[in-house]
Design a protein around this ligand. Structure first.
Ligand code: ZN
Length: 271
């Protein structure tokens, strides 16, 4: 019986027609799997399933996701992330319990850069209008100047506002959805924040996890429930490293009150 598998052209180009056809014929695809995005069980015979090919520096791993969580695609990762994926996929097919995730804590600072900017990215749950939402807080470590100019000044928030982010004065309502942008959850972790590609092409990474940005089960559950992640961006020096979620919230409230916060709701990539 044909599986409800989706193999994108991009994935097909990497694995070759022969392997793609064997997958579609059900010869090599697993019936059940743990979704690489939301980490809950899926069944390729019962529901639409995406093939997701993770490519590291030297090796590649094919994984599966609910089509509602992630479209079939190729995801570039580091070898280290890839080893994590192999472990999890091997564990699943052996019927073993999923490998224990390192306790994430919400101090998942990651240093990666659009251009030369260095951004701190932190995940946390934020309560808005009585509901918990998965949030990302992005703060540069130095002032960001407009490309082609030299300081002084900090154009980080104006640049994001030009892209459609909205200034936030208090965290009382959800920010509007920013179409064309998305958050890519893969291997149960936040992999990238994508922005519209130049000239309306394929989305490109605005921020790419340099090391896995671990998120908690609660964060992942909130992201999957709402099918979106709230991204808050603050100007340099306004949030800092906050060891607890209540302190992160205080810092966000303060940055908002001081006019140093912008936000948008980013759909999960593929939704
Ligand atoms: Zn899923």
């Amino acid at each position: 019986m044909p599986r409800m598998l989706d193999v994108s052209d991009e994935v097909r180009a990497e694995i070759g027609d022969e392997e793609a056809d064997r997958l579609l014929a059900g010869e090599t695809a697993p019936g059940s799997y743990d979704c690489t995005s939301c980490r809950t069980p899926g069944d390729a015979e019962q529901e639409r399933t995406s093939t997701v090919l993770f490519i590291g520096d030297e090796t590649a791993v094919l994984a599966f996701a609910h089509a509602t969580c992630l479209p079939s695609q190729v995801v570039q990762v580091t070898e280290e992330q890839l080893r994590g994926a192999v472990k999890s996929i091997t564990g699943d097919s052996a019927g073993a319990p999923a490998p224990q995730q390192p306790e994430p804590g919400r101090d998942g600072h990651d240093l990666a850069a659009p251009g030369q900017a260095v951004l701190g990215v932190t995940s946390g749950l934020v309560l808005i209008a009585g509901e918990l939402h998965a949030a990302l807080v992005v703060e540069p470590t130095t002032p960001i100047v407009r490309p082609g100019t030299t300081g002084p000044g900090d154009d980080f928030l104006p640049l994001l506002i030009e892209q459609g982010y909205m200034p936030v004065t208090e965290l009382s309502a959800l920010p509007p959805v920013l179409h064309g942008w998305s958050a890519l959850l893969a291997m149960g972790q936040l992999h990238a924040v994508l922005q519209p590609g130049p000239g309306g092409g394929q989305p490109v990474a605005w921020w790419q996890a340099h090391q896995p940005l671990l998120v908690t089960d609660g964060w992942r559950a909130a992201a999957n429930k709402h099918q979106q992640v709230l991204m808050f961006a603050a100007s340099v020096g306004s949030i800092g490293r906050q060891p607890r979620e209540d302190l992160l919230r205080d810092a966000l409230d303060k940055a908002a009150a001081n006019g140093r916060l912008v936000a948008a709701a980013l759909p999960l990539s593929g939704t």
